[in-house]
Design a protein around this ligand. Sequence first.
Ligand code: ADP
Ligand code: MG
Length: 278
Amino acid sequence: MNQLPEHPRVLALANQKGGVGKTTTAINLGTALAAIGEEVLIVDLDPQGNASTGLGIDRASRKISTYDLLIGEATLAETIVETVVPRLSVSPSTLDNLGVELEIAREQDRAFRLRNAIADHVSACERDIQGKTAKRFSYVLVDCPPSLNLLTINAMSAAHSILVPLQCEFFALEGLSQLLQTVEQVKRTLNPTLSIHGIVLTMFDARNNLSNQVVADVRTHMGEAVYETIIPRNVRVSEAPSYGKPALLYDLKCTGSQAYLKLASEIIQRERRLKTAA
Ligand code: ADP
Ligand code: MG
């Protein structure tokens, strides 16, 4: 197992519930971080490949995917595709990732495939002083599938911290304890320095009393772990992927895009605070 390098910062977007906003947050937070000057890579680990599609990467451009990386047949650099957003790249996923768990189940380093690939990439950047071949990233966002399987475990063992999207709905907190237990287990066994970066409330609807109640409940239970920024439900955000664009390119002024910009600056602030505390 390789040491986790200090940079890039690796954040895994995880929640075993589907449809809570993991992929939407990966795409739009990634775009927002890139817009404020960070060099960002989104690693798509979901076999559905929605982050790749939502960033306009068609199937033909996914010849080398995170599947090839996880089975040990490609380096991180070989998977990387540029997107329409400056400073935002993606390592795309394909349905092949449905089979990856069985394929690598007997390999000793099966939980560390992504971590090792990132560490190797960082070493390649260090050797390549002019930065001609290997791109240096400041943030890597890993979009996880909706389950706590080996793909998600690879993300958690490669990450400095976890970002948890929670949808503002009645059962928002349901399943969170299971997720937090998994994080604790990964900490004990695979990645001792793993932390929770924060919980981001998504699809908030101000007209709905339930949304307000959920925000209050989640803040009571999870305290400071919850980001101040709340992502509103916004039709522009849900339309953007069908144009192969992040919401920030599709409609920068919409409330969803503005919220993701705010979240990006909040995340950078939290990172700074962590650094001064260390
Ligand atoms: P996950 O990756 O957790 O499965 P997604 O990001 O794919 O969740 O979101 C699930 C659905 O909700 C998608 O159709 C997406 O377009 C929609 N969605 C996500 N966030 C928002 C939002 N802020 N406003 C409106 N629709 C949203
Ligand atoms: Mg998703």
